[in-house]
Design a protein around this ligand. Structure first.
Ligand SMILES: C[S@@+](CC[C@H](N)C(=O)[O-])C[C@H]1O[C@@H](n2cnc3c(N)ncnc32)[C@H](O)[C@@H]1O
Length: 354
């Protein structure tokens, strides 16, 4: 019996040879499937009209297709519609190095990568215009702070009750249990200490390391490349974006992690609303931050001082637990829960299931 081998998920050997297999498949797969014919001279027997592709090539095609699907969560930060890859990358390294380009299917704006990350900020590509953000964002855009971040700066958080990245990762994993196997955004990843832990754990189908700071992303890229044989590199993508304008399709993300970042965001309410928009029903948000509540929330003079500090620094380090819970609720998230250790707080909330 003639054997039909299709490079893709199905190998319908029972189908007539010339049946257009692509008709059985969703449109986006159609271009990937092909029946491979072998020239008459090369056929082993006169009845064999189609060759067999090795399992490994079929598997790698499936893997590639899976990566492509996973990366299809990216959206235009202007109109939130899907982006088409103009040149198709294979994860982090290729997407950054090969000058990858994406184009919005709707508004037609193009986005591209530089040597380290995909730039999906709204103003990406602008030549003259630049927009200073509040100090709490700008500080981390400087080369010096980005360089020092994992070389001493982050280690100081221990004085604020932070248990340290490994322990924080273990704690976050508890909250992330319901969404293991899905995709995760490491929002405001800084130099990528958690992005690396998420990728190395192989617990997620895709890890997006996202930050607004070009220099932090540069550090992230370099630290990743310093490690020989880093596993799962192809499942890690570096993206530059503002937390208040996330370049992902609505309801496409399983988990958002934000380590030590909420207090740095210019508008935590816009950020949480965006996180809520991109999460799938049942998706999990887990974050750590500093809160210096207590006196600041009770004494009227200090409360006013707190407002002034927030206004000028842009830092939201004086929120109380109740305000954080309210922030999540206002942003459409439910089931707020938290762990405290002095000023350190790890909080989690989820997108309501349908
Ligand atoms: C203190 S670092 C946290 C880095 C890392 N997640 C950690 O746990 O150590 C805060 C990060 O928030 C980022 N950030 C500040 N404003 C942002 C914004 N508007 N959008 C995205 N990231 C922002 C900074 O660039 C910086 O990398």
């Amino acid at each position: 019996m003639p054997m039909t081998v299709v490079s893709g998920r199905f190998s319908p050997a029972f189908l007539p040879i010339r049946f257009p297999v692509s008709r059985l498949l969703p449109v986006k797969y159609a271009d990937q499937r092909r029946v491979v014919f072998v020239p008459r001279s090369a056929r082993a027997s006169s009845s064999a009209s189609v060759s067999v592709e090795t399992n490994s090539s079929v598997n790698s095609a499936i893997e590639k297709e899976k990566h492509r699907e996973e990366q299809e969560i990216l959206a235009c930060p202007i109109c939130y519609n899907s982006l088409a890859w103009i040149s198709q990358p294979n994860g982090l390294i290729e997407s950054a190095l090969s000058g990858t380009q994406l184009q919005c299917n709707t508004c037609k704006k193009s986005y591209s990568s530089n040597e380290t990350h995909l730039d999906l900020a709204v103003a990406s590509g602008s030549k003259q215009y630049s927009e200073p953000m509040p100090l709490s964002t700008e500080l981390f855009r400087t080369p010096l702070v980005s360089y020092l971040y994992e070389r001493g700066w982050r280690q100081n958080f221990i004085w604020g009750g932070f248990p340290g990245p490994e322990k924080e990762f273990e704690m976050a994993k508890e909250y992330l249990k319901p969404v293991l196997g899905g995709n995760i955004i490491d929002a405001s990843c800084g130099s990528g200490l958690f992005s690396r832990l998420f990728a190395r754990s192989q617990l997620f189908s895709l890890v997006i390391a996202l930050d607004y700071s070009e220099n932090m992303l540069r550090q992230c890229y370099e630290l990743l490349n310093q490690e020989e044989n880093f596993p799962n590199k192809e499942k890690l993508v570096l993206v530059r974006a503002d937390i208040a304008r996330l370049p992902f399709l609505s309801g496409s993300v399983d988990a958002v992690h934000a380590g030590a970042a909420l207090h740095c965001w210019p508008s935590p309410s816009s950020a949480v609303a965006e996180i809520s928009r991109v999460l799938k029903p049942g998706g999990v948000f887990v974050a750590t931050t500093f809160i210096y509540d207590g006196l600041f929330t009770f004494i009227p003079f200090l409360k006013n001082l707190r407002q002034e500090i927030m206004r000028y620094s842009g830092a939201h380090t004086f929120l109380s637990e109740r305000e954080l819970e309210d922030l999540c609720r206002a942003g459409g998230l439910v089931g707020f829960t938290r762990v405290r250790n002095g000023p350190f707080i790890m909080l989690s909330a989820t997108k309501p299931s349908r």
